[in-house]
Design a protein around this ligand. Sequence first.
Ligand code: HEM
Length: 488
Amino acid sequence: MSLIYFISLFFLISLGTIIFMIVLPPLNFPRNIPTIPFYVIFLPQLTKMDQIQLYELYIKEPLEKYGAVKIFFGARWNILIGKPEYLSEIFRKEDIFAKSGNQKKIPYSAIASYTGDNIISAHGIIWKKYRNVMTTGLQQFDDTPFAKNAKLFCQLIKTKSVKTEEVAMGPLIQRLVLDNISQTLLGFDFGTLTNEHVALHEHLMRIKRQIFQPLFLTFPFLDLFPLPQRKKAFVDIEEFRRILVDKVQERLIENYEFEQTKFVSSDLIRAYQNKDITHKQLTDNIVIMLVAGHENPQLLLTSLLYFLAKHHETWQIKIWEEIKDIDNNKDLLRLTYLNSFILETARIYPPLNIIINRCTTKKCRLGNDIIIPKDTYVGYHNYSATHNKLHWGSTADDFDPRRWGDNIDDILKNWRHHKNNSSLSSFHGGKRACLGEKLALSEMRITICELLKQFEITISSDWEDRVTPAGPLCPAGLLLNFKERKSL
Ligand code: HEM
């Protein structure tokens, strides 16, 4: 009797503690910033609410008023920052708000086994080592595949448009960005634009479905249990990583001019051959090049096509008139409408919205009076920063590319200014600024230019205007109509 009593008591206390830890933030968290109710983060999974509706209803007001809030996310309580001045502070104080990616936060999870310890999530000496090896290859790339692939992409759109009036953009854009990144950074061709069924692509889709299952993303500790379905996922992920690296190595080493190749993957292989990095570090970084290199441009391109289609009678025409006679892609860099349109899209819909991957290395202060305990996860809400009315004025929520200026020098100056004060944090900033920004923007310019030369684009009347439910931000399941331009 008494044993049953003690077991029940133990069970009840454990359950109570777990509920308490989920429902309320830790007692040592700062009291002078608000708490977002713990259930808010589950709403997109339980309702049809998208992440912007959720933000407007539950997060915007407290985050704008206090600059930071306590939020339950990824099975733990975190501090989420929205005020650009606070973002600058955490970006600047790298040693206090230290990067701590999934490999440290949830090392037992499927997502951590996928991307490992890489240039984006590493900290300190290891990060510096990765940065030394990879910066040149990421910044000096050959963009010719973008133009060739944009043509193949347009061809695919034509084929789809013949079959169905509206075109589902997600799968097509994914094929484009995979071919782009594999050819510019990794030295091989995914081949998805010329072949719908590529084994590596299907493998990637399969593991993504397993990794991004909402239940396991919300409660990553479930990966600690020996569930047969998850064990299979781990094996599948490891297999994908191995095949990818083998493919990169084979393709480059087959190339008898390997020593002269300038791909970031060649630099990684050379670093591995010189024993500067281990085979796991080589793999982790090749995988992250593929992941960041295709997923982030995929999001931005989706948003760009959405805004072009939405403003088809205004901005689409203006940009088309600007690009229609250009045949050297280098000239796209100096175009006013095209560039301000792309920057405004990256502002309105920052592709990576909420990023929580920093952990405090000691008790510290944020701003004047927010005291954060050691070992607290701190993240930033990009949408909040890029819509901040103190920095962007009362029209912060309006899509208006004119805000960037009416000549390219002003536009670029404004871009730098807003990146420097973190009111434009879509590509991070400071020492840890995105190394793929130049590449992604070039990819966007070239792709849009080709698309607009060939098509007039509108939004399908069957499509419901909403963005993704959580995490990565872009229009969800976008359907577009394409009409071939008569002048061609
Ligand atoms: C539209 C496209 C892109 C967006 C919006 C974007 C955004 C970002 C953001 C927000 C970060 C900081 C992440 C954090 O706080 O942990 C970042 C870092 C990074 N991104 Fe991108 N990214 C894009 C494209 C790319 C591409 C194409 C690559 C190429 C592989 C790339 C490579 C990197 C790298 C290497 C870092 C880490 C830099 C460091 O910490 O030293 N990104 N990016």
